[in-house]
Design a protein around this ligand. Structure first.
Ligand SMILES: [Zn+2]
Length: 322
């Protein structure tokens, strides 16, 4: 009697350890992996890789400034229920990560995509993200080679936590990477259509720091100061003079960060002001995907800088069907 009780006890302990080590695999067979993400591009990428076997909730709403975003109380419950939390990292979502660490289940990992993609010495510090503030530029995803690394990290995490659906995650990843490769090649071809002297970006928000070196463009200035307020008059004059000197035909803003300053700079420098670039906000249907966002960016950029906006016509912006 005593021995069989002991065995039962051992068996239960063993089972408890199994559960702790492998929470999802040990769960009921039909359970869906609950993934919580942050910014819309990452949410969209995770949805494409995860497909029908995951439930993805993005904490940062579309069209909201992710850099100053503070989670609301309802987000605590969402984070507490998550099986995996996937963030960009590189200090982009500090308040959300702080909350997640407080409320998440003990077995739930927080995957920092940016930190796993770049080594510290590859982090960029520049206009809005100066080294002395200690926060690197977090916008890796407009560089599609880096996005492809994100996708592989996401795939590996899903396979590790939910090996039952490995086949599906591998297949989705392979299809999605093919689409990203097509996008990457199209971006190269877009930049080639822009006259060499115009391959210069002046943006309000500093989100093309990793994009520019890959595709052969130069970020001449990003105007938004490190504290996300408006720049001072001296900086504005400096930029106006630079635009005139370098004959830069257009400057770019984004809908997430409306700025009167950019209109003033455009007026006084003679450059066109186009306020539609996006690093965060996904476009409306039918292009409502990360790939669609980058396609829109390339149409806008190519057109404004004297290139051919048809450079992206062959890119498939649709999300993977599930
Ligand atoms: Zn941003």
């Amino acid at each position: 009697m005593k021995i069989s009780q002991l065995n039962a006890h051992n068996f239960l302990s063993f089972f408890a350890i199994l559960l702790a080590l492998n929470p999802v695999n040990a769960a009921e067979p039909n359970s869906i992996l609950r993934i919580v993400t942050t910014v819309p591009p990452i949410t969209n990428i995770v949805e494409n890789v995860g497909g029908a076997n995951v439930d993805v909730v993005g904490i940062v709403p579309n069209g909201i400034d992710s850099h100053t975003f503070e989670p609301v109380p309802a987000d605590a419950k969402i984070l507490a229920d998550a099986d995996i939390i996937i963030v960009n990292g590189l200090d982009l979502e500090l308040p959300t990560i702080k909350l997640a660490e407080k409320v998440k289940k003990s077995g739930t990992p927080i995957i920092h995509l940016g930190n796993s993609t770049l080594k510290k010495e590859e982090w960029q510090y520049d206009f809005s993200f100066p080294r002395e503030h200690g926060h690197p530029n977090p916008h890796l995803w407009p560089n599609i080679a880096l996005t492809m690394r994100y996708v592989e990290i996401i795939r590996d995490s899903l396979v590790e936590f939910d090996s039952r659906h490995k086949k599906s995650y591998m297949a989705n990843t392979s299809t999605y990477l093919t689409k990203l490769k097509q996008l990457d090649e199209a971006i190269f071809s877009c930049v080639k259509t822009i006259p060499e002297k115009n391959r210069k970006l002046i943006t309000y928000h500093d989100s093309f720091a990793y994009f520019a070196p890959r595709y052969g463009m130069q970020v001449v200035a990003a105007i938004q100061p490190a504290n996300f307020t408006e720049p001072g008059p001296r900086e504005i004059i400096r930029v106006i003079e630079q635009i005139k000197k370098e004959k830069i035909p257009a400057i770019f803003g984004s809908e997430v960060f409306p700025s009167k300053v950019m209109e003033q700079i455009a007026r006084e420098s003679g450059a066109k002001f186009i306020d539609e670039l996006s690093d965060d906000e996904l476009p409306a249907k039918p292009n409502n995907s990360f790939i669609g966002m980058m396609v829109n960016n390339m149409v806008i950029m190519s057109d404004a800088l004297g290139g051919d906006p048809n450079c992206v016509v062959n890119v498939d912006t649709s999300n993977l069907a599930h």
